[in-house]
Design a protein around this ligand. Structure first.
Ligand code: HEC
Ligand code: HEC
Length: 436
């Protein structure tokens, strides 16, 4: 009997071991209003409602904020996309030429907002209820560096999050080793808010200032909406102003908090983002001989050195962020085509603003100042480019010719080679870009 069991076990293990491990497969793409399989359709709809729902002041909006719900800035062509909004960031150089975030007095000097480059466009205290208090932020005359930043699309971000840190770093090393290119992207290491002492390679935001979608969600709730959470428990304003101008207790967790667990609304919203499909190609365009020719030119002009077409995500089960997250089977071992290296480059468009850790990771975040990226920006992923009529970080370049001519310094070779193309070749390149 025992021998029979042993033989059976041996056979099972041989069958298991001899099964080839499954190689990476293509991630699904579009429709952009449906789940990528990480969550079931019902959960996806419910999570989207939280992303789409307007938070009121009794749910923690303000005192300083930019908008009352995520979709207000992330909508085109479906919830999770980008929009035409821009935000203001400012700063100045101190006497040693080092970047410094502004100090913005509010409430007649009862509070000073520090360690923050973002300037909120709205405040709750200007409502009738608090008509005698003025807490609107206004840029002081001292701030000589000012920048606009467009909102970014979130489609496919769940896959980008689970690309291995080491792969992004290897990409940078390969660029920098090839001196002929004149291109050397910089990876940045950032804290992960959900696991205090853990750091990872940043990949989200115009400065790659975040590695984790949950961290970015907490940052957005606080800095865009004024809603605190367990990850970001401190309001931007001091106690006095917060008491006067915010009607909800901190941490706010954005309404319905307790029912949804400690993370409150952060949990369904981060899950919604992770379940978003990557944009598909526009097949009517991408299959044309013109667009295919354009794709070749994109390689020839070295665009693809930074706008890297293809990545493979880590295997399912890989533990990330010190154990705070692990790669789901639906997101792991997937081949994606984001057209980015997630590295920071000086392409001559730098907005002069450094990354201030306290702004993105809470007041207690380590590291006083920048990581030396004032004049660099992350290569933006180009998947879904056809949904972005205003381009570059400030949204001020609206034609492809303008965008490419604005690529200088590290990308100078690309733009000078572009200038040398024939009209037909330029049209082919644009057809390719329109198909993304
Ligand atoms: C007032 C407009 C606004 C609101 C409201 C807003 N965002 Fe954003 N979002 C932005 C801007 C602007 C950026 C680019 C920020 C930067 O890097 O400077 C961005 C970037 C992001 C990114 C990075 C995307 C990437 O792929 O790099 C994530 C994730 C994100 N937002 C999530 C959220 C969530 C979740 C909410 C709601 C809690 C939210 N945002 C609310 C404007 C907004
Ligand atoms: C050295 C790296 C690098 C190279 C080479 C490069 N890019 Fe870029 N690209 C960037 C960076 C960085 C930005 C963002 C700059 C900004 O927002 O100010 C960008 C932005 C863009 C955008 C705007 C995307 C958006 O969502 O706003 C497009 C389109 C684009 N590049 C196309 C190209 C094309 C086409 C080429 C080749 C002719 C090219 N790039 C070469 C790094 C590069």
């Amino acid at each position: 009997m025992r021998i029979v069991i042993l033989i059976v076990l041996a056979c099972i293990s041989i069958v298991c071991l001899s099964q080839p491990t499954q190689g990476p497969t293509e991630a699904p793409t579009g429709p952009l209003d449906q789940t990528n399989g990480l969550t079931d359709p019902g959960t996806f709809q419910q999570d989207r409602q939280v992303f789409d729902e307007v938070d009121a002041s009794d749910e923690g909006i303000g005192p300083l904020y930019n908008a009352t719900y995520c979709r207000e800035c992330h909508q085109n062509p479906a919830s999770g996309g980008a929009s035409q909004i821009t935000e203001t960031r400012v700063g100045h150089l101190d006497q040693f030429g080092v970047f410094e975030a502004p100090s913005i007095p509010i409430a007649h000097g009862h509070d000073v907002i520090k360690n923050r480059t973002l300037v909120n466009d709205r405040a709750t205290c200007t409502s009738a209820q608090f008509s005698d208090r003025e807490i609107q932020e206004r840029v002081p005359e001292t701030e000589t560096i000012k920048a606009l930043r467009m909102s970014l699309p979130l489609f496919g971000d769940g896959y980008i999050e689970v690309i291995a840190d080491a792969d992004i770093v290897k990409g940078a090393q390969a660029q920098c080793a090839n001196k002929k290119l004149g291109i050397c992207g910089q990876p940045i290491i950032v804290p992960v808010a959900e696991f205090r002492d853990f750091t990872a390679v940043g990949r989200f935001g115009w400065k790659s200032q975040h590695a984790s979608i949950l961290s970015f969600t907490g940052d957005a709730y606080l800095n865009e909406m004024g809603v605190t959470s367990v990850l970001f428990p401190d309001e931007v304003t001091n106690e006095e102003v917060t008491k006067l101008c915010a009607t909800a207790l901190s941490p706010n967790t954005g309404g319905g908090g307790e029912a949804r667990g400690q993370l409150g609304d952060l949990a369904p919203v981060a899950r919604f983002i992770r379940a978003l499909m990557p944009p598909s190609r526009d097949l009517a365009l991408s299959e044309t001989p013109e667009a295919k020719h354009g794709a070749q030119l994109f390689d020839q002009l070295q665009c693809s050195v930074c706008h890297v077409s293809t990545w493979t995500t880590q295997p399912p089960g890989t533990i990330m962020f010190g154990g705070a997250y692990s790669v789901a089977p639906e997101l792991g071992n997937k081949v994606i085509h984001p057209f980015s290296d997630f590295l920071l480059h000086d392409v001559g468009t730098g907005d002069g603003i450094e990354v201030v850790p306290a702004e993105h990771f809470g007041k207690k975040a380590k590291g006083k100042q920048s990581v030396g990226v004032a004049n660099k920006l992350r290569t933006p992923p180009l998947w879904g480019l056809r949904f972005r009529p205003r381009m570059l970080h400030d949204g001020l370049s609206v034609t492809f010719t303008e965008v490419i001519r604005n690529h200088k310094n590290e990308a100078r070779k690309s733009s000078t080679s572009f200038n040398a193309l024939t009209d037909d070749e330029k049209q082919a390149l644009f057809q390719f870009l329109r198909s993304l």
